[in-house]
Write a protein of this length. Structure first.
Length: 269
């Protein structure tokens, strides 16, 4: 099997939910790149704060996927060859829905994140979101994030919100995710998921899906897996990912990312 690109999820995969990564993965990423393999991250996070710093420290290849598939950014040059934005009417509807429910959420553009009140969030470590008001909702929103820990919503409540949004907003993709026992939502335009962005990344670097490996641990990584020929799930992944994985690594907390990268290197030898 030819491997020319590895695309990895970030939270719960490349980094732990305590926003730290295993230093042992850095030389392994370097070895992949020395063998001509493109190593990219596909994350729901924006390229802000600690995420921007980690991308640089990990020495990923230039093009990476951010905002749940809404943006492909060259973090070295700043060039954005792929951006998909949510329609303004849908963005307004979702923002007001969350606000009326008293929920903590943010609107992400290509450069910033906005909140109605500035609240410290694990999604924006080392970064302070900007304020917005409903009479002046930012343009060109690539993702709306319904925060997990700040809302502490169960799966049933999140499913109800998801159904409401998809009933009235026909142009968005709504992906639920969880951290420990609480649930949140990543909302992007229907044209942007980790699936469509990974295929576009492959086109940009001249790699087809048969030559790509996807690594992930959550529901929102299922689209990524659909774009990759070889699939590696972390041990704590939901059964939907485990059932289609070609290889299952331990959880990130148990050194899973190091084992996943070593597994890929073995396949290249």
């Amino acid at each position: 099997m030819a491997i020319k690109a590895v695309i990895s999820d970030m939270d719960g995969t490349l980094i732990g939910y305590n926003t730290s990564y295993d230093p042992a993965v850095v030389p392994l990423i370097g070895q992949l790149k020395e063998k001509g393999v493109y190593f990219s991250v596909a994350t729901g996070n924006a390229y802000l704060g600690v995420i921007a710093r980690y991308i640089q420290e990990l020495n990923a290849s230039p093009l990476n996927i951010f905002n749940g598939g809404g943006i492909i950014r060259n973090y070295i040059t700043g060039h954005i060859p792929w951006i998909q934005t949510i329609g303004q009417s849908s963005a307004s509807y979702i923002a007001r829905l969350f606000h009326e429910r008293g929920l903590v959420f943010s609107l992400e553009t290509k450069e910033d994140a906005y909140m109605t009140t500035q609240v410290s969030s694990p999604a924006y470590v080392e970064y302070s979101p900007l304020l917005f008001h409903f009479e002046d909702i930012p343009n060109h929103i690539v993702k709306i994030l319904l925060h997990v820990g700040l809302n502490k919503l169960d799966e049933k409540t999140v499913d109800e919100l998801r159904a409401d949004i998809t009933r009235f907003c026909k142009d968005v993709q709504v992906m639920k995710f969880h951290i420990e026992r609480w649930w949140g939502l990543d909302i992007t335009t229907e044209k942007s998921t980790k699936h469509t962005a990974a295929l576009e990344l492959g086109r940009l670097i001249g790699v087809n899906k048969d030559e790509m490996v996807g690594i992930g641990d959550s529901y929102n990584d299922y689209p990524l897996f659909m774009a990759c020929n070889y699939k590696i799930a972390m041990g704590n992944a939901p059964k939907e990912l485990l059932e289609i994985a070609d290889f299952v690594a331990p959880s990130t907390a148990n050194g899973g990312m190091k084992i996943a990268l070593e597994h890929i290197l073995e396949k290249l030898s």
